[in-house]
Design a protein around this ligand. Structure first.
Ligand SMILES: *Cc1c(COP(=O)(O)O)cnc(C)c1O
Length: 391
């Protein structure tokens, strides 16, 4: 066969750590804390990085390396590191690159724990931040300071599903020498590849669509080789490394990620269209609905709309809670990106500690419901949501 690049669907299935002497077909799990040296010279060469090979699982492991290699292929990035959770990936990117006195630019609706790192932890080390509005890119230039070193954004955002034009932001950061970090959890590399659009680092919570079955916590960062090398040193010494077992799970799950995303997106679009026809629903937000204010950008930047749909139920907070209680099939749980459809009411749960004004600032209205549409037959999901709305 002549040399040609494999399609992504093939690469995520066929990329594999070399087999052991048992010639296993599916990758083995390397549950070992350390790896042996042939002799004193081999040990010296490994530590001096003159030889390739494993040393200690906090530094690296065959299962972890296999997972990273597939993530790099999916994101089209040259290098990566895997971490114990999505949040350890965010924290490693920030703490591993920033110095005291640096300033961070962040899109306002970031994941709750990212918000906590920016507002409670980094200020202790003299690292400041400014929130900017995803929908108003023209205001970003005024928020930049001479000390702005890094920009972190989520697109689509959680739970507002607002988008940021990554090609525009990539250029904005490049001309100002700002490191751009994109949280690509909602889109996954199947729908959106921020590295090609100018991001320096792409972050994932592998807990979500990458595992896709609600089993394990993990994270990954891929991107620019020089930055990843710096972060790899930070990770090796501070220790938020991914366990080999979780890496094995995630790597196996990646084999079906393209297929799963296709169905998540198809089911989500069906649910979004159904909700738009319901009288108890004030509005529906989904990137691939023509009614989304950034529909044109969504079509340019993403190959499909993703698996998350949000809508506003009329009747506010009380009606939102009543809707959740009436669901029979959909799960009530604090996760997303699962085979099982999950419904959440942010105002009374994940964002209940915020004031109503703070919630509004990040697009969380009292009756906002977020649905992570799973892989059940869409007729069953629509029937459950329909009956819970009071059909
Ligand atoms: C879940 C999530 C995270 C955090 O990941 P964990 O694996 O829970 O640590 C970060 N960003 C987004 C958008 C998420 O959904």
């Amino acid at each position: 066969m002549t040399e040609r690049e494999q399609k992504i669907e093939t690469a995520v299935i066929r990329t594999q750590t070399p087999a052991s002497p048992h010639r296993e077909h599916s990758s083995a799990i390397y549950m070992t804390s350390s790896f042996t040296f042939e002799d004193a010279e081999h040990a010296r060469a490994l530590f001096a990085r003159e030889a390739e090979g494993q040393i200690y699982t906090r530094y690296g492991n065959p299962n972890v390396d296999e997972f990273i290699e597939k993530m790099c292929q999916l994101e089209g990035a040259p290098a990566g590191i895997a971490l114990a959770s999505g949040m350890s990936a965010v924290f490693t990117a920030l703490a591993g690159l920033l110095n005291s006195g640096d300033h961070v630019l962040a899109s306002r609706s970031v994941f709750g724990s990212t918000h906590q790192i920016l507002t409670r932890i980094l200020p202790r080390w003299g690292i400041d931040h400014t929130y900017v509005e995803a929908g108003q890119p023209e205001t970003w230039a005024t928020a930049v300071r001479p000390t702005t070193r890094l920009c972190i954004v989520e697109t689509p955002s959680n739970p507002a599903l607002d988008l940021i034009d990554l090609a525009w932001l990539g250029e904005f950061c490049r001309t100002r020498d700002i490191v751009l970090v994109v949280d690509n959890v909602f889109a996954t590399p199947v729908l959106q590849r921020p590295f090609a659009l100018g991001a320096h680092l792409v972050m994932h919570s592998a807990t979500k669509y990458i595992d896709g079955q609600g089993r394990a916590i993990g994270g990954v960062l891929v991107g620019d080789r020089r930055l990843i090398d710096e972060l790899a040193v930070f990770m090796r010494h501070t220790g938020p490394s991914l366990s080999p077992f979780n890496a094995w799970l995630f790597s196996k799950s990646l084999e079906t990620l393209p297929l799963r995303m296709e169905r998540h997106c198809a089911n989500a679009l069906k649910l979004a269209e159904f909700l738009e026809s319901q009288p108890q629903v004030a509005w529906v937000k989904y990137p691939y609905l023509p009614s989304h204010p950034q529909f044109a950008l969504a079509q340019r930047q993403m190959t499909a709309g993703g698996g998350i749909v949000t809508f506003e139920i009329t009747g506010g907070l009380e009606q939102g809670r009543r809707f959740l209680d009436a669901l029979q099939l959909c799960s009530l749980t604090a996760n997303l990106g699962d085979t099982r459809t999950i419904a959440t009411h942010p105002a009374s749960t994940t964002h209940s500690s915020l004031s109503e004004a703070e919630r509004r600032a990040v697009g969380i209205t009292p009756g906002l419901i977020r649905i992570s549409v799973g892989l059940e037959h869409p007729d069953d999901v629509l029937a459950d949501v329909g009956q819970a709305l009071g059909d």
